[in-house]
Design a protein around this ligand. Structure first.
Ligand SMILES: NC(=O)c1ccc[n+]([C@@H]2O[C@H](COP(=O)([O-])OP(=O)(O)OC[C@H]3O[C@@H](n4cnc5c(N)ncnc54)[C@H](OP(=O)(O)O)[C@@H]3O)[C@@H](O)[C@H]2O)c1
Length: 293
């Protein structure tokens, strides 16, 4: 098991991406702290995890990430129940789409509060409990960003601004805590079939083909949480690049995709732009090669 005995705390884990990642981590043996505002959804995720029979511990605490005292209280309780944190995934997020000149000003603030302050609060509240004593087993602070960073979309100005902001936040934190055995990384998905994107239609089986299932993101988080990413710091994982790599891998003759060293020249020749985007993330490509076999 990839994460046996590790403790992973995930905000926004009642549904969508956070739920999918929580279940994937529990399958790999991690103890899980689940938090969001809706208790019923968190309890459903907890039940699903316990049904796996992987003998992991699961703790549930409701908290609003925009209220520091709530997230601080939840993380304190997670520490009491689960011990030191190996990882925190700041995943909770919120969005609304509207013409910017008509956009409700309070909504703009709310989006920034959830998507930016919520990430900062999660880091601040987690810091005392993050394991920081082993350079060979660093703790992880992982942010769910968005492909809106670098590819903004109309009517999503607040969301886009918030997802640009968290990249700056990660850059600053990675620099500031460089010597403290904490790695900061981000997964930046394009469109995913969750309530945020498709409202109540999420999961109805009629998603457009370009929209991913939340489960397709699990490997990126599992890699970042695993020992294989111990040296991966301040990295941005754009799922669009790695989606193309997976596509290419499925068409690549087996001898050309035995491992990263073998696949690298093939990728450079067949998809030079993707190669240049991912060449520093060879360990992740190798992880995907192994997980697709
Ligand atoms: N879906 C996409 O297309 C897409 C694309 C790129 C990036 N992302 C990012 O992926 C992350 C997860 O979103 P998702 O797509 O999985 O959406 P989702 O299904 O709506 O899930 C969002 C999660 O965040 C929680 N949350 C929202 N506001 C919160 C608050 N104030 N305090 C605490 N928890 C809060 C929600 O629970 P409660 O409402 O119960 O609190 C829920 O568990 C977000 O950061 C989002 O920006 C999504």
């Amino acid at each position: 098991m990839l994460l046996k005995g590790k403790t992973v705390i995930i905000t926004g884990s009642g549904r969508g991406i956070g739920k999918s990642v929580a279940i994937a981590c529990a399958k790999e043996g991690a103890n899980i702290g689940l938090t969001a505002r809706t208790l019923d959804e968190l309890n459903e995720v907890k039940d699903e995890i316990l049904k796996l029979g992987t003998d992991v511990r699961v703790s549930v605490k409701t908290a609003d990430v925009t209220k520091y005292e709530e997230i601080e209280g939840a993380f304190k309780a997670f520490h009491e129940e689960l011990g030191e944190f190996n990882a925190v995934i700041a995943n909770a997020g919120y969005s609304r789409m509207w013409n910017s000149h008509e956009f409700d000003s309070n909504k703009f603030t709310e989006i920034m509060n959830v998507n930016v302050s919520g990430v900062f609060y999660a880091f601040k509240a987690a810091y005392p409990y993050l394991k920081k004593d082993d350079k060979n087993n660093k703790s992880r602070f992982i942010i769910t960003g968005s492909g809106a960073f670098t590819t903004p979309m109309p009517k999503l100005a607040a969301y886009t601004a918030s997802k640009y902001a968290v990249v700056g936040l990660q850059n600053a934190l990675a620099l500031e805590y460089k010597k403290e055995n904490i790695n900061f990384t981000m997964v930046l998905p394009t469109q995913v079939d969750t309530r945020m994107l498709r409202g109540r239609k999420a999961g109805d089986g009629n998603k457009p083909p370009n929209v991913m299932n939340a489960k397709e993101l699990n490997d990126y988080y599992l890699f970042l949480l695993s020992d294989r990413a111990n040296k991966t710091d301040n990295a941005l994982i754009f799922t669009s690049d790695f989606g193309e790599i997976r596509n290419l891998l499925s068409k690549t003759p087996p001898v050309k995709r035995e491992n990263w060293e073998v696949f690298k020249p093939y990728l450079e020749e067949n998809a030079p732009k993707i190669y240049s985007n991912v060449r520093k993330l060879g360990k992740l490509v190798e992880f995907l090669i192994n997980s697709t076999e």
